[in-house]
Design a protein around this ligand. Structure first.
Ligand code: NAP
Length: 279
């Protein structure tokens, strides 16, 4: 019998999954680097997730991404969870190890920072406070990353205060929780302002936080990337702020998984952006 090398397979698991841009992104990189591999979307209900994760490695899958609604539940299923995924309370990148163990990591925070470093090289996060709007799953990764790069104070505000209080509890004294109605008053000396809410996303409620006290020297980033130029970014730019859209975070958070599964660190550049935007 001839021993053919196995073609590496990877996937994104979600429910629903049709909207995901990850297959277009990984497909583009596979083609660009001439790698014989495949990356596919799999729609899987939460109840079936544990069983699927034990079958995938047997079929030749080397790992996968997980997205809504599996990012939190995966921590209970994985055998090894990185410290940062445990602290954030969610994982997005799985490696199926040769010893049969499932390794879970969270690359959202490093993707978030890589996007800002690439598109706003003059950003100095340690030089002043950050404002984080929203306290959902994505906010936890953003807060962890901001602390890691030395932000001295994080002003956190969310419509549902309890979720912001929980982040304060988990991440410590650098987090200062403010009422959602106070959001406009947190901005005048902020060096960094991040929208982690889904406000302004196509199909969701409009972004409605007034920005009249925005620091014109701030760096503003929206995690929402549909549309690419959100109302938040348009208004922040009108007030002189530097703005970075959310697509780069999606691209950068994908790079470590691709490297682990397919053995090549992919470049995140304009060609990558265009490949995903035109898919
Ligand atoms: P999530 O856990 O569902 O959190 C949603 C957040 O939006 C919560 O803070 C929620 O506040 C807030 N929100 C929703 N509707 C609101 C309203 N009408 N008024 C005020 N606040 C409202 O979702 P997530 O996973 O954190 O994702 C948040 C956004 O980030 C989504 O648009 C997602 O697509 C985007 N995202 C982008 C990337 C990227 O790579 N660029 C990565 C991850 C996420 P409550 O707690 O009060 O409900």
């Amino acid at each position: 019998m001839t021993d053919y090398p196995r073609i590496p397979l990877a996937a994104v698991l979600g429910h629903p999954i049709a909207h995901s841009r990850s297959p277009a992104l990984h497909g583009y990189w596979l083609k660009r680097y001439g790698i014989k591999g495949h990356y596919i979307p799999i729609d899987i209900a939460p109840v079936d997730l544990p069983r699927l994760l034990r079958i995938l490695p047997e079929l030749g899958f080397v790992g996968c991404n997980v997205t809504i609604p599996h990012k939190e539940a995966i921590l209970q299923i994985a055998d090894v969870v990185t410290d940062r995924a445990a602290l954030i309370g969610a994982a997005n990148t799985l490696i199926f190890r040769k010893d049969g163990k499932i390794h879970a990591d969270n690359t959202d925070g490093s993707g978030f920072i890589a996007n800002l470093r690439q598109n706003a090289p003059d950003w100095k996060p340690a030089s002043g406070p950050a404002v984080v709007l929203g306290a959902g799953g994505a906010a936890r990764a953003v807060v962890a990353a901001l602390i890691e790069v030395g932000v001295p104070e994080i002003r956190l505000t969310n419509r549902t205060r309890a979720r912001a209080d929980a982040i304060r509890h988990d991440f410590g004294a650098k987090i200062h929780v403010h009422e959602w109605t106070q959001a406009p008053n947190l901005m005048d000396d902020a060096v960094t302002v991040i929208n982690t809410t889904s406000l302004g996303m196509t199909g969701k409620q409009d972004f409605h936080v007034p920005l009249y006290r925005m620091n014109p020297k701030a760096l503003c980033n929206d995690l929402v990337y549909t549309p690419l130029k959100t109302q938040f970014l348009i208004e922040a730019e009108d007030r002189g702020a530097t703005v970075v859209d959310g697509l780069g975070m999606l691209l950068h958070q994908a790079a470590p998984g691709f490297e682990r599964w397919f053995g090549q660190r992919p470049e995140v550049d304009e060609a990558t952006r265009q490949a995903v935007l035109s898919a």
